[in-house]
Every structure is written in C-alpha cells, then in structure tokens.
Write a new protein. Structure first.
Length: 253
C-alpha cells in the first residue's frame, strides 16, 4: 500500500498530540491554512479521543464567531491546550521568524525576503501549554543556525511568564524533540530513506543524536482508512485542494 508523505506526517502529528508524556490536549486549535495539522487533529478525534477541536478557517460550523480575536481570548484564559506553528525560518533554539530576512525595516527592498507576518504567533507560543512546530520543507534555507528576526521566541528568560514552549518539530524528513531546559533539539525519528547524515546536511542548526535513532512509524491500516475516509469527509469543504491532491477526492458538483 502506497503511503503519501502527507499521510505519514498527519499520523506522526496525531501521535505527538496523544503523547502520554505531554500535558493533556483537551482543546486543540488549528490556525489559518494548516491542512496537515487539521488532518492530524481530525484523525485523533475520529479515533474516539475526547478532544475539542477548533479550526479557525473552517467554512461551516466554525466555533469562533469573532475569528482570531476569540481564539486569542480563549488562549489568554488558558482554555487552549495545543496549537501548531511554523516559520519562514526556524533555528536550533526553536525561535520562529515569520517577518522576513535581511535588515528591517526595509527587508525585501534591500534584497531580503518578506514572510507572511507574525500575526499572533508570539502570543500563542507563550500562552499555549503545548506547541507543535511543523514545516514540510526541510532545508538549510528554512532550518537555520539563527533566525534573522525573532517573531516568536522558543524560550524565555527566567521570570518571564509563559505557559509552555515547543514540544517537537515535524518536517518532511524527520521529527525533532525540543528540550526547553537546554534550548536544543534532538533527533527523535527519521522518515524512510533518511539518515542522520542526510538530516545533518539538510539542517542549518546543530542538534543532539542518540546512539540509535528509530524510523518514523508508518501509518497503520486503520489510520489510513480514517484519513482517506472520515477525516477527508470533514476536510473536503475547507481544504478542497489538499483533499484532491492527497486523497484524490473532490467536492461534488
């Protein structure tokens, strides 16, 4: 049975959500344009786990009547347990850059690249007990020694209030676990076809490696059946392009 990368990543994210060593994820929020985390969350829900799932950009049945403002209010009250973040750049201390590269202000006018903007990423990073970082592209362009601009810091100085930090970083090549006590990633698993050497070559920051690094598990037949059936059914309206590409399903005319 052929397993697509997106299916592998969704199943991997779902297992991280259910990690028994992490604080419980009772209420999970998914932000804008995040089909892979959304698929993972729906997979967890369709497996029968009692989670509340709030998708900011769900076209119908969206629990956020006031959009992102309500999401931030709930998060500030401590009522969101898990969120997902990415970045145009991510460094070895789990700092995120969603602003751009080069000297700022000016950025792209001076030869840099402008990213979409940080929006509420720093607030969510500070106020959510668990954050799973996700970026499918795994290259030295994205995973850098030090981000050009810190739009959301991975760790904070003593005395700065924050509820949590990154749990892990999932990419198209591997899974990194994050260790906030030392502000450093370790290699948790390798996707099929990858080696420690290939990950080092594709990663701009240094990371820890155990004597043996396991392979990222394949999705089970039961997980694939849920992803390709009930999960896709839930996502089809909101993410039609993703469902057509990954699951070969299209909205009925």
């Amino acid at each position: 049975m052929t397993i697509k990368l997106e299916e592998r990543l969704a199943a991997t994210l779902a297992r991280l959500i259910l990690d028994p060593a992490a604080p419980p994820a009772r209420h999970i929020a998914v932000g804008a344009a995040s089909p892979m985390p959304a698929a993972a969350c729906w997979l967890v829900k369709k497996q029968g786990h009692p989670i509340r799932l709030s998708l900011l950009h769900k076209r119908s049945g969206n629990p956020f009547s006031e959009g992102s403002r309500e999401l931030f209010d709930l998060t500030g009250q401590g009522r969101i347990d898990l969120f997902f973040l990415g970045g145009g750049q991510i460094d070895g201390q789990a700092n995120l850059n969603l602003v751009g590269t080069g000297e700022w202000p000016g950025g792209s006018a001076q030869g840099g690249v402008r990213f979409p903007g940080s929006f509420g990423s720093a607030f969510m990073y500070f106020m959510t007990p668990r954050t799973i970082l996700f970026r499918e592209e795994h290259s030295p362009r994205v995973l850098v020694p030090q981000v050009d601009n810190i739009s959301a810091p991975g760790v904070s100085a003593p005395g700065v209030f924050r509820r949590g930090t990154a749990q892990a970083l999932v990419t198209g090549r591997c899974v990194f676990a994050f260790h906030p006590d030392r502000a450093r990633f370790s290699l948790a698993s390798l996707h099929p076809g990858e080696t420690v050497e290939s990950i080092r070559a594709a990663t701009g920051f240094d990371f820890d490696v155990a004597e043996e690094v396991p392979q990222t598990p394949d999705p089970t037949e039961a997980e694939l059946a849920l992803l390709r059936g009930p999960v896709c059914d839930e996502m089809l309206e909101t993410y039609p392009e993703f469902c057509a590409r990954v699951f070969d399903r299209k909205l009925a005319a």
